[in-house]
Structures are given as structure tokens and as C-alpha cells.
Design a protein around this ligand. Structure first.
Ligand code: ADP
Ligand code: MG
Length: 580
């Protein structure tokens, strides 16, 4: 029985790529599954963090809005009181009015430090009375933006851009109102009350939660009136267009958070803004992205660690599984190699056995040829006798020819192990073998064949089958030292239920059995037969490979070897082979 040039390499090449692909997938999964899990958790918790931040910011912005409304309400009250005190009076008169100065000083003091000063100006925007000094210096305010706005008679009030107060020298945010004077005149004057920009900035600083967070009061045209962290007044006016562009979408979706990049410090923040009553103002809160990321990262510590642990575990499991699979493959390869060796040894043993029997037979034939020839020489004169001898010689030659033919057929059986095996004709093979074995097993032994016609073909290769039958017959012969009958039989079995201990599945089987009436086996021997190298025969007599070979052949065909034996009565060894 030939084998592929390198069965090990052959097997590796055939099975390795599929296995490697499976493990590549497993490795891939061991990494991606935890990564996907952690990524999912990350996205979810980022949304959660942002959602919570938005809720918090919403509350803060509402607080800012109410605060601004209250401060502006105070402004309105002050401006109304001032307007009442100046209504219908000429600027010259007001300039001399110490009482008015005291009123302005009292009003400013009542709202300090948020309100830093109150003043009255004439139609030319020159100060006529102020809360901080008496008499007031006639400082010219005509270049202030609120003066420009209030020159439009449709406008009653205006909030000015932050400026450095000319009379006082610190930053203020003026809120102004038109005051008609003098009586019957057509040129209006102004009453102005100013927020202290520093006081507002201080309050905003106390509202900001993280160092990068932004709190701001912004005018509709984009001028930032107050802000924490603080900015330069010049920047506040210069960058108003950029701010207005950012503010517009925020106010369109008031209450919705939007990611924006500040034109002042370039930081990205999550913003919420709200308009302040019917004033042309809005309050805004911006949450520093870094702060948000920080709290998200803190939240991700646990799932991240869990993901890493899962990945580590999966990687270790995969590595272990791959090592196990490799070991299994190697074991399977060496098992296959051992089985192939066993089958070769079994077949060699069978051929050896047959050759020995054959030699014996040929010797007998040669013996009868020799005596026939001698007889012919002696009785050359008797034609009748010569013809009889010639017939005998012819018979002997015929038998010799048949013997050689069947031996050649047996030897050819194992010549092409890789070719697709034709279905095994159990009946044909057994009757041929019965013939061969009858001649070769030895004197004193009869070989009987019980073969019903019409047996279906079975699974298994013919060479392996023949070697198996010869090995079983050899065991039968060994079990009957005093001679006897070896019965070779075959029949069909239908299994409804699986036979667990034999490893047989339900289905139709062709059973090929060799039966003897020999010494039989005790249960201990019966339990061990088929184990390679288990033999009860003496050194040089048994190899312990015969039944191992037979069992291997049956298993390869998808069947099983089942042995029944009674000590002193005999043994039946049956090969169950599935129908092809
Ligand atoms: P070997 O024939 O070389 O000993 P086998 O594997 O063919 O190896 O058989 C193993 C053992 O099983 C034999 O040594 C014998 O004890 C027992 N055995 C096998 N077949 C029979 C049989 N037909 N009758 C009695 N014993 C048997
Ligand atoms: Mg044997």
C-alpha cells in the first residue's frame, strides 16, 4: 500500500489555510468587538455628558437672563425718576440745581456698585447735571453711539457700547433715554445711567463654572457688552460682525446648544443663548470643550478598563484556542501517519501469510508434477497410463496458473491508493478470497463461504478489505491448532437505533464476518484486542497488529469491527461496513 510522498506535508497543506483563516477572523473579532463596545459606550456617554451639560447651561442662562432683566429694570426706574425731575426745565436751570445733583447721587448710590453714575445732558449732548460732582463739568458726549441712536425720534431708549467713562475714567455700559426739554422746544436732551462694566464682569466670573467657560452679555449687533473671561473694549466693538454671525443661529434656536469657536480666544465651546426681554440684548453661556472632554474621560475610565480587560481575555482565549487547534492538528497528523503505517504493516503481514501458504501449495504442485513425470518415464510403454499422467500434469499446471493469477490480483489490490475507490463488491471479494485462503491456510483447515447473492456494494477499498479478511482468517487458523472450519459469511443489517459502544449510526450495513470454532477469548483478552501490539502469541508468532489494522479499515469506511467470542467455543469477527 503506497502513501503520498510526504503525508505530513500533504495534510498540513490541505488543512492549514482554512484553520488560519478562521483564527485570523477570531483574532480580528477579539480586537474589534471590545473596541466597538467601548466606542459605543463612548459615544453614548459623550451624548449623556453633553445632554447633562446642556440642561445645566440652560438653567445658568435663565439665571443670567433674569439677572439682566432685574438690572435693566433698576436702570429704567432710575431713568424714569430722573426724567420726572427734569421734565419741562431748561438746561441752564438744571445746571444750577444742587437738589437735582443730590437726587442723581442718591439714585446712583441706591444701585451701587452695579450702577456707577447717572447724568443729564442737553440737546447737544453736553452734561448739565451728574451724580458724582456738582457743578457738573460740561463734558461733550456727542460722539457716543447711543446719542446717535436716540436722535431717531422713534427710539425711546438705547444701550451703548462699553466705553471708558470720560468724567470718571473707568469702563461703563451706558443706558440712555430721551428727555424732552426745554418746554415746547424741539431738541431733546438725554438722561443716562451707566452700569459699571467691572461689576458685571465680576458677577459673570462668579457664574462661570470652569476656567475656560464663557459668560457674556451681547448687543443684537454683536457688540459684547460684558464678558468673562474679560476682553478689551476695543476688541468688543471691532469683532462685532463675527460675533453677530455666531449669535444669530443661537438666538434663532434659543435654548438649543451649538458648538462655536470664539473669535476672541479661538476656543471651541458649547453655547446656549437667550434674548433679554424686549431689550436688544442677549445673555450667553459657553462651555469649554476641554472641561466637557475631561468629565467624559472620567466617565469612560470604567468602560474603557472593562473593554481592555475583555480584549485581553479574548486575545488570551484566542491564543489558547489556536495553540490547542495546532496541537490537535499535529496529533491528528501523527495519528494518520501511525494508521497508515499500521495499514501497511497489516497488508504486509497478509501478503507474507499468503506467500507462505502459496509456497506450500506450489511445493505440493511441484511435488505432483515431479511424481507424474517419474511415473510417465516408468510407464512410457503403456499409452493409457501416459495419457492419465499427462492429464494429471495438465491439472497441476492449471491449478498453479490459477494460484499465481489470484496471488497477482491480490498484490495488485493496493497499487493505486489515491485513485477514487470503486464501490466494494463484498460478495465477489469474499468468494475470491475464500478460494485463495482454502488453498493457503494449511492442511486440516476447511474454508467455507456463505455468501447470499445480490449483496449491495459497501464502502471501503478492496485492498484494505482483502488484507482485513486475510488477517481475520489468520487469527481463526491460529485459534484452531487442531484444525477445523473457517466460515466466511456476509449479510445485510438495518440499524434503526445507533449502537453507541461500537460508534455505529443508524442505516444499512453490509456485514462481512469470519467465524472459527477455535479456542475463543476470555473477557480480558476480548477487551484488549485491537489495541496495537497487543498479542497473546509468543515472540515471533504474533505482532498484535492484525486486529488493529482491521479496526482501522472499518473505521475509515465509516463502520466498525465487532467481535463475539466464547472461550472453548470459537470467535466471530464481523466487519460492519455502510452501504456505499
Ligand atoms: P496477533 O494475531 O498478531 O496476536 P491480532 O491483533 O491479530 O494479533 O490478535 C490479537 C490477539 O487477539 C491475539 O493474540 C489473540 O489472543 C486474540 N485473537 C484474535 N483473534 C482471535 C480468534 N479468532 N480466536 C481467539 N483469539 C483471537
Ligand atoms: Mg493476528
Amino acid at each position: 500500500m503506497d502513501s503520498p510522498p510526504d503525508p505530513r506535508g500533504f495534510a498540513v497543506r490541505r488543512s492549514a489555510p482554512r484553520l488560519n483563516r478562521a483564527f485570523a477572523l477570531l483574532w480580528f473579532a477579539a480586537v474589534t468587538v471590545p473596541v466597538l463596545g467601548v466606542t459605543g459606550a463612548g459615544v453614548a456617554s459623550w451624548h449623556a455628558v453633553q445632554g447633562e451639560a446642556e440642561t445645566q447651561m440652560d438653567r445658568t442662562v435663565e439665571l443670567l437672563r433674569q439677572n439682566a432683566l432685574r438690572a435693566l429694570g433698576t436702570q429704567e426706574a432710575i431713568l424714569a425718576a430722573t426724567s420726572r425731575a427734569t421734565a419741562g426745565r431748561a438746561p441752564e436751570e438744571l445746571r444750577e440745581d444742587a437738589e437735582l445733583h443730590r437726587l442723581l447721587a442718591d439714585l446712583a448710590a441706591s444701585a451701587a456698585p452695579v450702577i456707577s453714575g447717572v447724568l443729564v445732558a442737553d440737546a447737544a449732548a453736553r452734561i448739565v447735571s451728574a451724580s458724582w460732582e456738582y457743578p457738573a463739568r460740561p463734558v461733550d458726549l456727542s460722539d457716543r453711539d447711543y446719542v446717535e441712536v436716540l436722535r431717531d425720534p422713534a427710539r425711546q431708549r438705547a444701550v451703548g457700547a462699553p466705553v471708558i467713562s470720560r468724567p470718571m475714567g473707568w469702563p461703563i455700559i451706558p443706558v440712555a433715554r430721551r428727555a424732552p426739554m426745554p418746554p415746547g422746544g424741539d431738541a431733546p436732551g438725554f438722561v443716562v445711567s451707566s452700569f459699571s462694566a467691572d461689576a458685571i464682569a465680576e458677577f459673570y466670573a462668579s457664574v462661570a463654572e470652569a476656567p475656560g467657560d464663557l459668560v457674556a452679555l451681547v448687543r443684537d449687533d454683536g457688540v459684547v457688552l460684558a464678558r468673562h473671561p474679560p476682553i478689551d473694549i476695543v476688541d468688543a466693538v471691532g469683532l462685532r460682525e463675527g460675533v453677530a454671525a455666531l449669535l444669530a443661529p443661537l438666538l434663532r434656536n434659543a435654548g438649543t446648544a451649538i458648538w462655536l469657536r470664539s473669535p476672541f480666544d479661538g476656543l471651541e465651546r458649547l453655547f446656549v443663548a437667550r434674548p433679554v426681554g424686549d431689550w436688544p440684548l442677549a445673555v450667553a453661556y459657553g462651555l469649554d470643550r476641554a472641561a466637557l472632554t475631561r468629565s467624559w474621560r472620567q466617565r469612560m475610565v470604567a468602560p474603557g478598563a472593562g473593554g481592555l480587560a475583555a480584549m485581553g481575555l479574548l486575545l488570551v482565549l484566542t491564543a489558547t484556542a489556536q495553540r490547542g487547534a495546532r496541537r490537535q492538528r499535529e496529533q491528528a497528523e501523527s495519528r494518520a501517519e501511525a494508521e497508515a503505517q499500521l495499514a501497511r504493516a497489516g497488508r504486509a503481514a497478509a501478503i507474507g501469510l499468503l506467500a507462505a501458504g502459496l509456497a506450500h501449495d506450489v511445493k505440493n504442485l511441484v511435488q505432483s508434477v515431479r511424481s507424474g513425470a517419474r511415473l510417465m518415464q516408468r510407464r512410457a510403454a503403456e499409452p493409457e497410463e501416459v495419457r492419465r499422467c499427462a492429464e494429471l500434469l495438465g491439472d497441476a499446471a492449471e491449478r498453479g496458473g490459477k494460484l499465481v493469477d489470484s496471488m497477482l490480483a491480490f498484490a495488485r489490490g493496493g497499487s493505486a491508493p489515491d485513485a477514487p475507490a470503486p464501490p466494494l463488491e463484498v460478495g465477489r471479494a469474499l468468494s475470491d478470497l475464500a478460494d485463495l485462503l482454502g488453498r493457503t491456510l494449511g492442511s486440516g483447515l476447511r474454508v467455507r463461504a456463505l455468501l447470499p447473492p445480490g449483496l449491495p456494494p459497501a464502502r471501503g477499498d478492496r485492498a484494505g478489505f482483502e488484507a482485513a479478511v486475510v488477517n481475520l482468517a489468520a487469527n481463526a487458523r491460529d485459534a484452531m491448532p487442531g484444525g477445523g472450519t473457517v466460515t466466511i459469511a456476509a449479510w445485510i443489517e438495518d440499524l434503526e437505533e445507533p449502537v453507541e459502544d461500537a460508534g455505529l449510526r443508524p442505516g444499512r450495513y453490509v456485514v462481512a464476518a469470519v467465524r472459527d470454532t477455535g479456542i475463543g477469548m476470555d473477557p480480558d483478552t476480548l477487551a484488549r484486542v485491537g489495541e496495537p501490539f497487543f498479542t497473546t502469541k509468543g515472540i515471533g508468532l504474533g505482532t498484535g497488529l492484525g486486529l488493529a489494522t482491521v479496526r482501522g479499515f472499518c473505521a475509515r469506511a465509516g463502520g466498525a469491527l465487532r467481535i463475539e467470542s466464547t472461550p472453548g467455543r470459537g470467535t466471530t469477527a464481523a466487519m460492519w461496513l455502510p452501504v456505499a
